[in-house]
Ligand binder design. Structure first.
Ligand SMILES: [Fe+2]
Ligand SMILES: [Fe+2]
Length: 363
C-alpha cells in the first residue's frame, strides 16, 4: 500500500476505536480484505444512535473507504461484501433515528422551495454563531474549527455524489454550485483549501482527518448524514435537500464566524473562508432552493418529501452539534474528546499576540 506523499489530502490514519464494534473493524482493516466475523454488529441497538460513539465511528470508518480511504488500509475493503453488510446494519438505526427526529415534513401547496423556506424559518437552533462572534475565546474558536475540519477539508464532496444520479435542470444547478465550491478549478480558491488556511492561521493541524480522534459522535453524525444521503441513490432527494438547507442557512452565520475571528485579532487569510461564504451562499441559496430542489421535483415530483426530510435532518443534527458545543462551554468543559492537534511550528507572524501564547511548546 503506497503511503501518501502529502498528508494534507489524505488518506488519514485510522482513528482510535471507541467501542467493541469499531475496535473489531479497525483491527480487521489493518489486515488484507477478508470476511468479517459473521453477525458483527448484528445486535446493534444503541440508545441514541446519533450520539453513540461506537456506532458513529463505525459508520465513518465504512464511509471513508468511498472518499480518500484510510492510510495503510487495502483499497479492496471498499466493496468487501461483509463490510458493506456491516455498514447496512449500522445504517439502519442511524436512519431510523433521523426519521424519528424530524418525521416527514409536509410539502406545502407552494411547492418544495416554499417548504424549504418554512423549514429554514422554523430553525431556532442554539446561538452558536452569535456566541462565536461575540464571546468565544480563542480556545473555543479553535475547537469549533477542529470540529468543522472533518467536513470543510472535503467540502462539497458528499453532494457531488448526486451528479451522476441527476439529469436536466437539477444537474445544471448542482454543477453551478459545486463549481464555486471547488474554486472554479483553481486550487487556491477551493473552499477546502481556504479552510486549510484558516486552520493554519489558528495553529491547528491542516492534515486531512487530523482532528478525527478529537471530535465526538455528534460531529461524526453531521458528516455521516451527508455520506448516508450521498451513497444511496434512493436518498438523492434528501441529499439535495441537505445541500439546500446548508446553503440557505450559511450566509449570516459565516459573517458572524468571520467577525468572531476578527474580534480575536486574526487576519484576512484566516477569515477568507468565512468571508467567501457570505457572498457565495447568498447566491447559492437561491440556486439550491429553486433550480436544484425545484428542478429535481419538477422532473421527479415524488421526491418532494425526501427533499424536505433531508433539509430538516441537516438542520436538526446541526442543532444537536451546536447544543453540544454551547453546553460544553457553559459547563466549563472542552467540546472535544481530546485536544485538537496543533501544528508543530507556527510562524510567530501568523498569529495575533493573543494567539501566540497558548501555542508555545505545543507539538
Ligand atoms: Fe463552500
Ligand atoms: Fe455554498
Amino acid at each position: 500500500m503506497p503511503e501518501p506523499t502529502d498528508r494534507r489530502y489524505g488518506p488519514a490514519p485510522l482513528p482510535r476505536p471507541r467501542g467493541p464494534l469499531s475496535t473489531a473493524l479497525v483491527r480487521a482493516l489493518r489486515r488484507a480484505p477478508h470476511d468479517l466475523a459473521a453477525g458483527l454488529g448484528g445486535d446493534l441497538d444503541p440508545a441514541d444512535p446519533l450520539t453513540d460513539e461506537d456506532l458513529q465511528l463505525t459508520l465513518f470508518l465504512c464511509y471513508e473507504l468511498h472518499y480518500r480511504g484510510w492510510r495503510g488500509v487495502d483499497e479492496g475493503w471498499e466493496w468487501q461484501p461483509s463490510l458493506l453488510a456491516l455498514r447496512a446494519r449500522a445504517e439502519r438505526p442511524f436512519e431510523a433515528a433521523l426519521r424519528r427526529l424530524v418525521g416527514s415534513p409536509p410539502v406545502p401547496s407552494g411547492g418544495v422551495a416554499a417548504g424549504l423556506a418554512e423549514i429554514v424559518a422554523a430553525d431556532d437552533g442554539p446561538p452558536l454563531a452569535a456566541t462565536l462572534q461575540r464571546h468565544a475565546d480563542l480556545t473555543q474558536f479553535r475547537e469549533f474549527v477542529a470540529h468543522r475540519s472533518v467536513y470543510h477539508l472535503r467540502e462539497a464532496d458528499p453532494h457531488s455524489w448526486a451528479l451522476p444520479r441527476l439529469g436536466g435542470p437539477a444537474k445544471a444547478a448542482l454543477v453551478e454550485i459545486q463549481t464555486d465550491e471547488y474554486g472554479n478549478g483553481r486550487l487556491d480558491r477551493m473552499h477546502a483549501e481556504l479552510f486549510r488556511r484558516t486552520l493554519d492561521r489558528l495553529g491547528l493541524d491542516t492534515g486531512y482527518g487530523a482532528h478525527l480522534d478529537a471530535v465526538p459522535a455528534v460531529t461524526l453524525a453531521t458528516n455521516n448524514l451527508m455520506s448516508l444521503f450521498g451513497l444511496h441513490r434512493r436518498l438523492r432527494g434528501a441529499l439535495l435537500g441537505h445541500l439546500a438547507a446548508y446553503e440557505m442557512t450559511s450566509s449570516l452565520p459565516n459573517r458572524r464566524y468571520g467577525n468572531g475571528l476578527r474580534r480575536l485579532g486574526l487576519d484576512e487569510v484566516a477569515t477568507r473562508f468565512y468571508d467567501e461564504h457570505v457572498e457565495a451562499d447568498a447566491v447559492h441559496e437561491q440556486i439550491a432552493a429553486h433550480d436544484l430542489c425545484g428542478g429535481l421535483v419538477r422532473v421527479e415530483p415524488t421526491l418532494a418529501g425526501d427533499v424536505l426530510f433531508g433539509a430538516a435532518a441537516a438542520l436538526a443534527v446541526d442543532r444537536m452539534f451546536a447544543a453540544h458545543l454551547l453546553d460544553s462551554w457553559a459547563a466549563g468543559r472542552s467540546s472535544l474528546r481530546a485536544p485538537a492537534p496543533r501544528t508543530i511550528s507556527v510562524p510567530a507572524t501568523a498569529l495575533p499576540s493573543t494567539a501566540a501564547g497558548p501555542l508555545a511548546g505545543v507539538a
